[in-house]
Design a protein around this ligand. Structure first.
Ligand code: IVH
Length: 666
């Protein structure tokens, strides 16, 4: 086989595996084998740039090139759908359609996916452009980002596709991925995404395709457009598109009468809760393209289709007050304090107000009757005000504060951000206390003290930064109210023990913005010591895998501040670990390179965290849930039955402690 043939064979083989995994959810090879073949292809392509192909599966990982999005005109305008909220409205739509057509017709019922819409253009079977809805006439060219979505084929399968065809659908962030992303953002004190829809559209507008690739978006398609379509029905065209390799949901259904439609609505109103992605209603479309054409469009939406929105769970209650909280990074969070009300099975007392723009948009007044919803959101939110319930007694308009409620410093709102911050990081009490609280947590320095102790020590004037902790004297502590000798000694012991906490946790404990546990480990393993890290340039930082501009900038800014460097020096003088230990460095290997592990159950020889560290030390990866990409499950006692079942189904190998320890032995 010539090199060219070899490259082509690998490309089509890898695309087939992508399709099996991401579209059919039925992988046939292990993650490891996949990665091996991918590496093989990457090497061949690197050695033979003359065979470059933008559609190669290697191009899906996303390059680091950033660019502003180009605006492109839609060939067919992207309209929206008329919304209905009651079965009565659905009946009206059905009867109106029957009257206009005056002949038999079918309705295709589909789920309404709650993501962000996308238009995919294929020419001669190749994905040439992916465009957002934009204003409906023109949208943003997000092709580079969409190419990272593994379920979107870069080449169509088979040979019966039209020369030019447009496929529309929804880009979605699956629930599991949404939860994972928010957990990560919480850890890094970044604002959380309110729901998967915002997360999906935010991700699609990212300037860096590598970030998009890491977020694991999915795309469900539901509309085929073009001049030479294979079928004369909507359903038939979707089936054809499925053959071409696109992810067409298989829950669509042809309805012959109103009862069929209602059955579909009722079934999915509850069943949708088991889907991996968010849905907010159903969509009804006339099946025949000829009939669609006869029915035509209004200015905004087609007459041949309608959306029925599921009822979000909603309650009405009184807005008692709004408070503004200051976080460890100085970010201000406005919170609505509500008259307690029952919503979707829980009592709600507080709701997030997100930011100043949202408050302004709602035109809130204290004492307003507000509507609270718990849609796809985790935290309930205020979606509107019952203005009819306003009386003469209504309170003041709610305005975002201009000064920090804790220290009085004027707030700043960085360009392009929705959040306000208190910039007084060295003098604002909740920021100072927050940093100390973070420093002592179990996963950081594991110092045995709670928030009340931090408060006491701060109020007494002894601890104003994390380095002060190590200067505490037993006599200081014993002079505090409620402190006996025993608790004072315990704290000093715990502080002493913290001096052997490994460097990566010290780094995490410092509370550098965006440096969560994972990032701290990554930085520690790449730079080995605080001195190397402190002197690393922005360029050296971004050269590290998974370290982007934002993190790099934050690290540089942190160490540029004289006060931070002083704290680091004091901690060093106290004997804290400021470098990766020789033992760890000596023990590093590539033995688990390319392997992905899931740890489950309880162990006898080492703790879960120790196993996690070992896996990383030997070049392997840890993930939370079993998938086709999992190489091994490291199982202890009491492994969950769901994981076991999934592992069996996917054929993932289960290994126990001894076997694992052998794997990493020399
Ligand atoms: S069809 C001309 N089908 O809902 C009709 N749209 O308000 C084009 N959506 O912008 C849309 N699931 O983003 C259609 N099964 C589905 C859908 C769906 C979600 C979204 C889409 C569209 C919006 C309409």
């Amino acid at each position: 086989m010539s090199v060219k043939e070899q490259i082509e064979a690998l490309r089509s083989e890898l695309e087939q595996h992508n399709y099996n995994y991401y579209v059919l959810s039925a992988p046939t090879i292990s993650d490891q084998e996949f990665d091996k073949k991918m590496k093989e292809l990457q090497d061949l392509e690197a050695a033979h740039p003359e065979y470059y192909d933008p559609d190669s599966p290697t191009q899906r990982v996303g390059s680091d090139l950033s660019k502003e999005f180009e605006q492109v005109q839609h060939r067919y305008p992207m309209l929206s759908l008329g919304n209905t909220y009651s079965e009565e409205d659905v009946r009206d739509f059905y009867e109106r359609t029957a009257r206009s057509l005056n002949e038999p017709f079918e309705i295709v019922a589909e789920l309404k996916y709650d993501g962000t819409s996308i238009s995919l253009w294929y020419e001669k079977g190749r994905l040439v452009r992916a465009v957002t809805r934009g204003d409906g006439t023109k949208g943003d060219d997000v092709t580079a980002n969409v190419k990272t979505i593994r379920s979107v084929p870069l080449r169509l399968r088979g040979n019966d596709y039209p020369e030019e065809v447009e496929i529309r659908g929804e880009v979605l962030l699956p629930w599991a991925e949404f939860d994972r992303l928010n957990k990560e953002r919480e850890e890094q004190e970044e604002p959380l995404f309110a729901n998967p829809r915002n997360a999906a559209s935010g991700t699609l507008k990212q300037q860096n395709p590598a970030i998009v690739a890491a977020r694991k978006l999915d795309a469900y398609l539901y509309y085929v457009l073009g001049e030479h379509l294979p079928a004369d029905t909507h359903y038939g065209n979707l089936e054809a598109a499925r053959r071409w390799g696109l992810k067409i949901p298989d829950v669509m259904k042809i309805c012959h009468n109103l009862q069929d439609i209602f059955d579909y609505i009722h079934y999915w109103d509850t069943e949708r809760k088991n889907l991996p992605v968010a849905t907010d209603g159903i969509v009804l479309k006339v099946n025949s393209l000829r009939q669609q054409k006869n029915l035509g469009f209004t200015a905004k939406s087609p007459r041949w289709a309608i959306a029925y929105k599921f009822q979000a769970e909603r309650a009405e209650t009184r807005l008692n007050s709004v408070s503004f909280q200051v976080g460890r990074t100085g970010a201000i969070t406005p919170v609505a304090n509500l008259e307690p009300v029952l919503l979707a099975g829980t009592i709600v007392k507080r709701a997030s107000l997100h930011n100043a723009d949202i408050i302004e948009g709602l035109d809130l007044h204290i004492g307003d009757q507000v509507y609270v919803e718990k849609g796809g959101e985790i935290i309930p939110k205020i979606v509107g005000v019952n203005t009819e319930a306003r009386t003469m007694m209504i309170g003041d308009k709610v305005r975002f504060i201009t000064r920090c409620p804790e220290c009085g410093t004027p707030l700043v709102r960085p360009e392009g951000e929705a959040a306000h911050y208190c910039p007084n990081d060295s003098g604002c009490p909740p920021q100072i206390k927050g940093r100390i609280e973070h420093f002592v947590t179990r996963r950081a320095m594991n110092i045995n003290m709670g928030p009340e102790t931090v408060e006491d020590l701060y109020e007494a004037g002894w601890v104003k930064n994390v380095a002060d902790l190590y200067d505490l004297k037993i006599t200081d502590l014993m002079s505090l109210e409620r402190w006996a000798e025993k608790s004072a000694r315990n704290l000093l012991n715990s502080l002493r023990e913290s001096k052997s906490v490994p460097f990566e946790r010290v780094l995490y404990a410092l509370g550098i913005r965006y440096v969560g546990e994972t990032v701290a480990k990554r930085l520690a393993m790449s730079f080995h010591s605080i001195d190397e890290l402190m002197h690393a340039s922005f360029e050296q930082l971004v050269a590290v895998d998974e370290i982007g501009d934002r993190i790099a900038q934050s690290v540089v800014t942190y160490f540029a501040d004289e006060r931070n460097r002083q704290i680091v020096e004091r901690l060093r003088a106290q004997g804290l670990q400021m470098a990766v230990s020789e033992a760890v460095l000596a023990n590093r290997s590539d033995r688990l390179k390319g392997l992905t592990f899931v740890i489950s159950g309880t162990f006898s020889q080492h703790s879960r965290d120790e196993y996690k560290t070992m896996i990383e030390q030997h070049g392997g990866k840890n993930t939370g849930s079993v998938s086709g990409k999992t190489s091994y499950i490291l199982a202890g006692e009491n492994m969950g039955p769901a994981k076991l079942e999934k592992a069996a189904k996917l054929g993932v190998r289960i290994i126990h402690e001894d076997e694992f320890l052998k794997m990493i032995e020399e």
